[in-house]
Ligand binder design. Sequence first.
Ligand code: FMN
Length: 359
Amino acid sequence: MYRLLRTLFFLFPAERAHHLGFSLLRFAMAFPIVGHLLRAFYRVNEPYLQVNAFGLRFSNPVGLAAGFDKDAIGYNALGGLGFGAVEVGTLTAHPQTGNPQPRMFRLPQDRALINRMGFNNSGSKDAIPRLMTKRNVILGVNIGKSKITPKEDAAKDYATSTRRVGPYADYLVVNVSSPNTPGLRDLQAVDELEAIITAVQNASAEVCEIPPPLLVKIAPDLNDEDIDAIADLALKLKLAGIIATNTTISRTGLKTYKSEIEGIGAGGLSGAPLKERALKVLRRLHQRVGTQMVIIAAGGIETAEDAWTRICAGATLVQVYTGFVYGGPALPKQIAKGLASRLKAEGLDSIEQVIGRDA
Ligand SMILES: Cc1cc2nc3c(=O)[nH]c(=O)nc-3n(C[C@H](O)[C@H](O)[C@H](O)COP(=O)(O)O)c2cc1C
């Protein structure tokens, strides 16, 4: 069914197709009977897949990564597809239009996307009423630096968004890893990152009785020393976790013609070609932090096998984005079912028994 729909969607430019698909889902879910039927159809009901992480109980480990619902306009509809969590954002302190279009491109031969959206969003202030809505899914809120904010004011910018969204986030993510905001990834340097995280923690403590668990999202293009340094900092600052990874600026190993890739230009590559690198980063992180911290794996996860591999390598939770675009609305359920069968086949009764097993 989705194959047919996907052929149709893929006739449109990638960003248009995204808005069409997302609008259609929200529209369908808004009708009580249709919404009820869709929720019942996509529901993941696998008690063995429940995961406890940073004080939250996830119904299953498969979440939707940031960037799909940037403005937090449809997280409940997305939750209805069976995701264990939906991460909205990236939200910035100032509303911004992002880069000129076209800025999202499909590489179907590689089951990949390249995007240079540039944090297009209506701003963290505008999102508040939508974040206050009653929710049916664990809600992560991902925040980033506004483009107009100079690097030296980055910590203040993140703190502003934290004060606005912190009280409504089940967990909060500091995104310093998008390749599409100039200089953003430089904030992964430990001195800069420490200042930002400390500012976010202080802001969070100011506005929340119980501050939400705080995570940092990192790029796959960091070298091993930088990964270790961030892991050490995360431990020192007692973060709840690390999300690994965002998109890559690398273009190696693609099947798509070089001329086409060059024609697309700058941006972050996601999907299948990111799989190997994201797994390496996860392994490195897990080696460093062990069980002291939650790692959420993202990057090229398309199947139950991929999710299983990441969990065995030390991830407590996984996230999908590009795999969802290519795989369709049934993907969370397919992954969950595959994980549950694997557990059964191995005679295990909880996915938590598998975390870090192969590390
Ligand atoms: C079109 C697009 C937009 C994205 N926007 C964001 C974003 O705003 N914030 C963020 O932290 N990650 C963003 N990401 C990165 C994803 O959350 C994810 O980390 C990355 O795509 C790797 O996962 P995947 O291979 O499953 O897509 C975006 C990815 C895509 C494809």
